[in-house]
Ligand binder design. Sequence first.
Ligand code: 13P
Length: 335
Amino acid sequence: MNSSISDIAKQMMADPKGLLAADESSKTCQKRFDALKIDCTDESRRQWRQLLCMSPNIELYISGVILYDETIRQKTDEGLTFADALTKKGIIPGIKVDMGLVPMDNFEPATITEGLDGLSARLNEYYEMGARFTKWRSAFEVNDGEPDEAVIRYNLMVMARYASIAQSAGMVPIVEPEVLYEGNQTIEQSAKTTQKVIKILFEELAKLKVNLSGTILKTSMVLAGTKSVMSKPTEVADATLKVLNNSVPNEVAGIVFLSGGQSPEQATANLNAIGLKGEQTWPITYSYSRAVQDPVLKLWRGKEVNTNKAQAMFSKLLAQNSAARNGQFTGKKVF
Ligand code: 13P
């Protein structure tokens, strides 16, 4: 039986789980592997994604995994496609469907996200492969001041169009307007831009009659930039919840955070501070890539013999973030 998109979105937000972002492009993987001198091939990427997705007990902490096009076409050692192997564990397979950022003409270095052409046909294929949710990301820099209104508006119009196409294909859209952490912005500047971006996103989603109960917002936390004094977790929690309460409609199925270049410790501490504020209008959880993958990749280093200890580390990081979602992370460091 086909579940409705609101039901899928509810399952994705199930307490105390989070969503794993494993949808890095091959180019991004290459950078991360190169830094650790790991050979980056379609086979080593398959092994890495298998290590993560088939990690023992992952289903206790993870409700859905965002895959990349290459991975959803690959198989695990067991001979199942990644989508089928995840579904078998009770984890919902999802897929990144944007085609990345390109410079926005007349507004460089600002970017616009590509991928609407032929999207409907691609989504039908992904649905057949078992994907039940999708992700689309735009990125906005605050470093040199607020992005131009046209940059924000056009990116979010395109994002809203993606969301409506995803819902017509029977899949939950994750809308991800990332406000970049890199830069010298203060937490106030980050709050102002994040709020503006999210407000415009929901204006555009409303214009296209996107069903919010079948939509998940993936956002950056509100915090001072990498070149400013680091924001404390209580400051991040207050600023983030204020922005979300001012800009996210009550009907939205849930909110998930990206880690955005925060260290694993920082991403967990900040999520925990948000969790400590208690129940909010929407379920809130994590959807990290780097904050749950980086220490694990360092342990693995492309070597089969390191798989078990890397998976043990991954499990610990997921458990910590699942606890942090409810303000229950005890602060013990694992590395
Ligand atoms: P990070 O957690 O590394 O920011 O990645 C999350 C993500 O999905 C970016 O699109």
